[in-house]
Design a protein around this ligand. Sequence first.
Ligand SMILES: [Zn+2]
Length: 341
Amino acid sequence: MIRHPFETPPAKGSGVEIAEGVYWIRLSMPLGLDHVNIFALREEAGWTLIDTGLDVPEVRAEWASILSDHLRGDPILRVVVTHHHPDHVGLAGWFMAQGAELLMTRTAWLTARMLTLDEQPIPSPEAVSFWRSAGMDQVRLSKRLDNRPFNFCDTVHPLPLGFTRLDDGAVHRLGGRDWVVHFGQGHAPDHATLWCKDAPLVLAGDQLLPSISPNLGVYPTEPMADPVAEWLQSCAKFEGLAQDDQLVLPGHKLPYYGLPDRLRQLSDNHHGALTRLRDHLTEEPRRAVDCFAPLFKRQIDDGTYGLAMVEAVAHLNHLYHRGEVTRDMDAEGAWVWRMCG
Ligand SMILES: [Zn+2]
């Protein structure tokens, strides 16, 4: 059973102590979900932060009051970033500029640094043909062609050189406790989760979220990736570590108990989606953008179209790598997927 011991989150721009020396902080997020969770671990002479929020004026203003009102004006000594996505890494470089050490997995650091440097004023030709291959309609495509796409550097502070690597299986002392790093995959490559050896606490990032399934997306960087397989493997691996009495501290939504059940739900969600997708393709061959209905239980609007598209490709790629579907390109440059045999 999944239980939430704290039903009411702290107001955005504030924090509350939820375990000895562990503060739960909420920051605004103007894109997608409306918030991100940050955890602050009390050190003797300051704080270690887990994730940082987006680098936008609203969130910087929230940090200013958190630092003075909730963290007693003590310095941020270290920042642990769970994965390379902007809502987590956004202000890491800003804290480093004020003297903090950065801890990340090597892949997460390289990816974040590459993407913040890789500024595209208009979409790359590879992105355009990737969108076309997913079946994006002409109206959407031409709207995107001449416009600045989402760029990491728009919401992520420049990352200076120099970080401390989090390795799979390594132990780090943070906030007076020892934590073991375990990598997760699927949502982001080499996503760090931290499992406390001295108390039943898990810093989960987006790998182990309650109530929402993190996005599993395929991008033009690696069009044949199979993040669904990686995700399912990670769920199976974490089942060997999960205990009912662990308080899981996630990157979004509410802290919870009941990780063994949550892991089963997370993998069941994708197995269910794959079954519905097979049925959908058995009816007739389809493009990725024709597969939203069986995959998502909500209406896809302009705001969620991009995420839905990359997740639809992810589930189709998974069936493809399993040898269950094959595909042909139509006259518009879109892959049309059909069941084998
Ligand atoms: Zn996130």
